[in-house]
Design a protein around this ligand. Sequence first.
Ligand SMILES: [Zn+2]
Ligand SMILES: [Zn+2]
Length: 138
Amino acid sequence: MITGSCLCGNIQYELRGDPINTAMCFCNNCRKSTGSVGMANSWYSKESLSITKGADLLRTYEDHAVDSGATVERSFCPGCGSPLIAENKIKFPGAVIVTYGTMELEEGQKWKPNLEYFCKRKAEWLGTPAETEKFHEL
Ligand SMILES: [Zn+2]
Ligand SMILES: [Zn+2]
């Protein structure tokens, strides 16, 4: 099991079972949403995720302006701004995308991506794990 929370801790969650995928996305929207070089995340089946604290606090921004044209529902903590969860119901129905940065990995719980999306937007100075499957877009 993996536990996680937003920065202020008012929203907490648990993840059970193995992720469907672990991914980096460098699209403009993931960069804006995180304020960083891209979004690192794990995809889980919806049943794997339990919001254990502050579920009623979670706010969702419906992101229509993704490079790919997909709609991504991006949920975040309105208190501290941490992006926690995203859903792309058209491309990945039944899956929930959980941000890596909000996970509290314990010793022995390692995270590394197996997929990279929107490599065309990736900063050229960023290193690349050799074993990831890479996509130009989504
Ligand atoms: Zn928070
Ligand atoms: Zn993205």
